[in-house]
Design a protein around this ligand. Structure first.
Ligand code: GLN
Length: 544
């Protein structure tokens, strides 16, 4: 039977609960345990698919096509697990299930209530999502005291009782701020946060205290005394300059030992050599390159989380410090492409909505003309195709119907009906609900032998995750190919263009899928490794 660790947060949000949970997962794996990770999100959206990246950060996509919270990306990267639709439950999804059951009469006429019906549904989902792992880490979004998180808190409290003390433990992440005027760190917010947690019946076993510096023994003793947590389980989670240092930091303070002891397990010591290698490579780069990142949400650091990580991973594997120069696509429209001078490579990421699209098309044009390595992802592929159609084929009005529904040259268009890889037929139209009308999740792509894409991957077939509505319009396939655009990846049934590239160019590759979701710090990702290698070659050439 699986054992459970429930992770809550207190004091303020944005303390990095997802990364702390994922790091705990990583060090438990390093002890030889199998783990699974689940995120419970108290907001009412059914999934984060329709939430603005400005507010909520990136929408992470799983292999099975779930649009989820970005913390699942941390779980996959740190703990090398595969998340799925049963890895993320929101209030909206839980209520949706309960309401559907009520309509089907499954509650046999009972008055349907938060307790027990909502809490039972939450418990059932948690217990049904273990994947038979030794340890299941369950992270609850938000902070203790939020009204909307109460049903989740109550559900995990009940699970704690039902599973028993040997099978469940509670970890609480809090803040221990340093007050410069007083020259002191303050434990009061942590005391209050635990008081709040205990008032709803949850006694934490472990406190992870975010702090600028290591918390002195005296202060830890004070926290332990006031919160009823044993001293060795009051852990300083000190700010680090890179997230991949966190597994080692937590291990050094004995976090994995505390868990292992509490669960009465007898295990070999942690092997953290892969994390040490990652940190060693991050700290000792041999080169440094500048990649221009042309996007729309650039001021929001979480909006492109997986992509930033994928570039960092490629840096680890090429011993290169990858500086991401964020460029607002709007600025290219107003100031021109000269702001792209002196970059070693250009990346146009995925995106929705027309703002900045002309700037992105101009960036693809600049990269093609100046022979600067270019990686286009999803919308970044679509703009590269539009640019090629406009400037090489001379179809000056070429566009995507997403941005100009009346374009006479719809080189990117909505496919209204297409066959899924399982044979089912998907139908969509311009007015369909935003949620659930996209091509989502991992699909197989066949790579064309001899192309740069195929060489970068070193494989004939790959699986990558999708999240988009519009597609390359096959009516333009022949003319674009005749004009020199290389189709380097297609879907299994040959119906959908998945990758394009340009041959008369050092490295110009674009894909309809999102390779960033499968990039791992341990191995990196072949496409990003190849892109960063090309950027480095460009850098060395232009800097002698
Ligand atoms: N907006 C485009 C589409 O829906 C691209 C989406 C993306 O880049 N993820 O097809």
């Amino acid at each position: 039977m699986s054992r459970f660790i429930f992770i809550t947060g207190g004091v303020v949000s944005s303390l990095g609960k997802g990364i702390a949970s994922a790091s705990l997962g990583a060090i438990l794996q390093a002890r030889g345990l199998s783990i699974n990770m689940i995120k419970l999100d108290p907001y009412i959206n059914v999934d984060p698919g329709t939430m603005s990246p400005f507010q909520h950060g990136e929408v992470y996509v799983t292999d099975d096509g779930a649009e989820t919270d970005l913390d699942l990306g941390h779980y996959e990267r740190f703990a090398a697990i595969k998340s799925s639709k049963s890895s993320n439950y929101t209030t909206g999804r839980i209520y949706g299930n309960v309401i559907a059951k009520e309509r089907r009469g499954e509650y046999l006429g009972a008055t349907v209530q938060v307790i027990p019906h909502i809490t039972d549904e939450i418990k059932q989902k948690v217990l049904g999502s273990t994947n038979d792992a030794d340890i299941v880490l369950v992270e609850i979004g938000g902070t203790v005291g939020d009204i909307e998180s109460l049903p989740f808190m109550e559900a995990i409290r009940q699970l704690g009782v039902e599973l028993g003390h040997d099978n469940a433990l509670f970890m609480h992440l809090t803040l221990v701020p340093y007050i410069p005027a007083a020259g002191e760190i303050k434990t009061k917010p942590t005391q209050h946060s635990v008081k709040e947690l205990r008032s709803i019946g949850i006694q934490p076993n472990i406190l992870l205290c975010r702090a600028e510096k290591s918390i002195p023994e005296d202060e830890r003793k004070k926290i332990a005394l006031f919160t009823n947590v044993s001293l060795d389980s009051v852990i300083s989670a000190v700010d680090v300059d890179h997230i991949y240092k966190i597994p080692r930091e937590l291990h050094e303070q004995g976090l994995d030992d505390i868990v292992v002891k509490k669960f009465g397990l007898d295990l070999p010591p942690a092997d953290l050599s892969d994390w040490d290698q990652i940190v060693e490579a991050l700290q000792n780069p041999e080169h440094s390159i500048d990649i221009g990142f042309v996007g729309k949400y650039i001021e929001h650091t979480d909006a492109y989380k997986s992509l930033m990580e994928a570039l960092a991973h490629a840096g680890i594997h090429t011993r290169t410090k990858v500086n991401v120069i964020k460029i607002d696509a709007d600025r290219i429209e107003s100031e021109g492409t000269q702001i792209l001078n002196n970059l070693d490579a250009i990346l146009v990421p995925g995106g929705f909505g027309s703002r900045g699209v002309e700037g992105k098309i101009a960036a693809a044009h600049f990269a093609r003309m100046h022979k600067i390595p270019y990686l286009g992802i999803c919308l970044g592929m679509q703009v590269a195709v539009i640019e090629y159609a406009r400037n090489v084929l001379g179809l000056t009005q070429a566009h995507s119907t997403e941005f100009n529904p009346k374009t006479p040259e719809p080189v990117i268009a909505l496919i209204t009906e297409w066959k899924n890889q399982d044979g089912s037929i998907e139908v969509r139209d311009e007015d369909a609900d935003l949620g659930g009308t996209m091509r989502l999740g991992a699909q197989t792509c066949k790579l064309v032998p001899g192309t740069l894409s195929q060489k970068a991957y070193g494989a004939e077939q790959i699986q990558e995750r999708h999240r988009h509505r519009y597609e390359f319009n096959n009516n333009y396939l022949d003319v674009l190919q005749n004009a020199g655009l290389v189709i380097s990846g297609v879907s299994v049934d040959n119906e959908l263009v998945e990758m394009v590239e340009i041959s008369d160019h050092p490295w110009f590759v674009a894909c309809q899928f999102h390779p960033e979701f499968t990039s791992q710090p341990r191995e990196g990702h072949p496409l990003f490794n190849s892109f960063v290698t090309a950027a480095l070659a460009q850098h060395l050439e232009s800097n002698g």
